[in-house]
Design a protein around this ligand. Structure first.
Ligand code: ATP
Ligand code: MG
Length: 505
């Protein structure tokens, strides 16, 4: 059936999209048809071409071949940014707003209301308040954007897009940095906006979210369109199969093998009375070969605590010892030297050096062991990096490719590769599988398992139950205090109840 036979003109229609980057074909057959008023999911494994399609749909890049239409009309010329802004906007995991500006300033950046040639701050604030009100976004227009929670910042970006006239909003992994409650609030707001006539394209590796918030799903695999179907007609197993190209039995359960915790193993990490603004009086021990999870909402202090152990922050009180030696706070270098490997929270800010190659990024911390500085055997390093790329299932042309050319999930794997490369005695993993596809998650978590079998102690901070399930025990933080400890084998609802604070006073 051609589009003209159809009673509804698609809001967006991309056809036969081809996009190449040098030797990489990021899209060989990209297709997407989004109908007005729906929430449409776009799913696929890491490197499948989702973000590439988004760049084409938002006019950031021209496809090598193929066409994009909005409301049946050809897309604007690439240079006509204003025309694109009236059609579509994308909200990413990392902010595209200016952190140092206020919310109002961000909303009207470059189009401030002028009064006789001068910016009228009063009008600007008023218009911002009106705009936020129209879309029911409860954020203070005078707040500094950097101080906003991720979810509020996302809503400001959505409001900004709507103010340009766009009614098609793309969310590229919006939930990757949100806790459960925040995700629920985002979904409630999406539904509200959908009722007001906004159409969404929603990208996520959390397939249950696709079922929760979308009506239609499009699957990409290896740069090609595979299928588009109502979510109600594509059960989870079929969806995973479409994504992976092979049938996969209940991926989530694979990690659940029996393990005996050796509670005579020596304690490797021990904190006493660790205190900061975010947490209070935390005593924590991790034994050799033990995997300890830290769970809690975004406000629980779990990330701050892990960051202190990894040398990224300095607590105001308390001590930590690694293998009997005091751990220095506030110095990543010192932590590294002490044997701490870390996957930080945000790969954009803390994770990778964008200009460097995959090989350089992943071996950055092990140069000492690969050879004397200045005499690094390029071959050895290349070999080492190639092995890591292989072991972690990183979808790339080779170790020479700059990490800036990697897809989001593959970049996350490079961060993991680097943390593992130093053969750490303690691994601190903060949301290690954020942005990683369902299948790659398994290979990533399997690496953690082999590290622990070699005696590495592991501290995992995560919002994902699948990451926490593999832990020997999970500590739950609530407002900065450890309120519960769950040995392996907990039920989802038990852990969620402690995280939400409904099972304790
Ligand atoms: N600027 C670039 N230069 C070279 N290759 C690129 C560039 N951008 C993307 N690629 C490649 O194109 C392919 C598709 O990447 P894309 O970012 O679209 O994947 P994705 O589906 O969004 O994956 P993820 O789930 O990991 O975010 C990848 O192999 C990636 O390495
Ligand atoms: Mg992507």
């Amino acid at each position: 059936m051609s589009a003209s036979d159809s009673p509804v003109v698609p809001l967006v229609e991309a056809r036969d999209i081809v996009k190449r980057y040098g030797p990489t074909t990021a899209l060989a057959d990209g297709r997407l048809t989004v109908l007005p008023g729906e929430s449409h999911a776009l799913v696929g494994r890491n490197g499948a071409g989702k973000s590439t399609l988004v760049r084409v749909l938002t006019g950031l890049e021209a496809p090598d071949e193929g066409t994009v239409r909005f409301d049946g009309e050809p897309a604007p010329a690439l240079t006509d940014r204003d025309a694109w802004r009236r059609k579509v906007a994308c909200v990413y995991q990392h902010p595209t707003v200016v952190p140092e500006l206020t919310v109002a300033e961000n909303l009207f950046i470059n189009r401030q209301p002028l009064q006789r040639g001068f910016i009228s701050w009063r009008r600007l604030r008023g218009e911002a308040a009106r705009l936020l009100d129209t879309w029911d976004v409860r954020v203070d227009p005078d707040a500094r954007t950097a101080d906003l929670k991720v979810e509020d910042r996302q809503m400001v970006e959505i409001a900004r897009a709507l103010s340009f006239g766009a009614r098609f909003i793309i969310l590229d992994e919006p939930t990757a940095q949100l806790d459960n409650r925040e995700i629920e609030r985002l979904f409630a707001r999406m539904r509200g906006l959908q009722d007001s006539g906004v159409t969404f394209l929603f990208i996520s590796h959390h397939l249950q979210e696709v079922y929760e918030v979308c009506q239609t799903v499009t699957v990409l695999r290896d740069a090609r369109w595979i299928t588009t179907a109502p979510v109600a007609e594509l059960p989870r197993a079929a969806l995973v199969e479409a994504m992976a190209g092979e049938s996969i039995e209940v991926i989530a359960e694979q990690g659940l093998r029996e393990r005996a915790v050796d509670d005579t193993a020596p304690v490797l990490l021990e904190t006493r009375g660790l205190t900061s603004e975010a947490y209070e009086n935390v005593d924590l021990t991790v034994r050799r070969g033990e995997v300890v999870g830290l769970a809690g909402s975004s406000a629980s202090g779990k990330i701050e605590l892990a960051e202190a152990v990894a040398g990224l922050r300095t607590p105001t009180g308390g001590t930590a010892e690694l293998d009997g030696r005091p751990l220095k706070f506030g110095s990543v270098q010192a932590a590294l030297e002490a044997g701490v490997g870390c996957v930080p929270r945000d790969r954009h800010e803390q994770g990778l050096v964008a200009g460097m190659s995959i090989g350089d990024n992943s071996t950055m911390t092990v140069l000492d062991r690969l050879g004397r500085f200045g005499f690094i055997g390029t071959d050895r390093r290349r070999g080492f990096a190639t092995e890591l790329i292989d072991r972690l299932d990183i979808h790339a042309e080779g170790p020479e490719q700059p990490v800036s050319a990697l897809s989001g999930g593959n970049a996350q794997k490079v961060v993991m590769a680097r943390a593992l490369a130093s053969d750490p005695r303690l691994l601190v993993l903060i949301n290690p599988t954020a942005g990683v596809d369902v299948k790659s998650k398994e290979s990533l978590l399997a690496r953690v398992d082999s590290a622990r079998e070699d005696g590495t102690a592991v501290l995992v901070v995560s919002d994902e139950l699948d990451d926490l399930r593999r832990c020997d025990r999970v500590l739950v933080l609530f407002h900065g205090r450890v309120v519960a400890e769950h040995p392996a084998g907990w039920r989802d609802h038990e852990l969620i109840a402690s995280i939400e604070g409904v099972d304790h006073g």
